[in-house]
Design a protein. Sequence first.
Length: 115
Amino acid sequence: MALDGFYEVDFSAVTRGARGIVIVENGSVRGADDQYLYAGTMTGPDDQIQVKLAVKAYAPDAVNVFNTRDGKYDLYLNGKVVGQELHFEGPAPATFPRGPRITIVARRLSSVTLD
């Protein structure tokens, strides 16, 4: 399974260069950026990781990387470990069916115990 830890994440879809922070621990994923919270699960071996994330806006008038104002949606991603990074991609949420695919690169910052 992927390395547990704190990760800086870069998201790209319609909007490029959005950033956030996530914590991966024992198959759970939790994180946030300046407009959205995200929580979900990560399963599978390092070369075939599957992620299911619930994404929810907390900022008024939040705009996501799909350039919509969806307040809550789910993302289903596939990815793999690449060195100290996690690379993911997946389709736009069902609420935006013709949207572009999302790509995410997560760079490991630290272990969850800050070692």
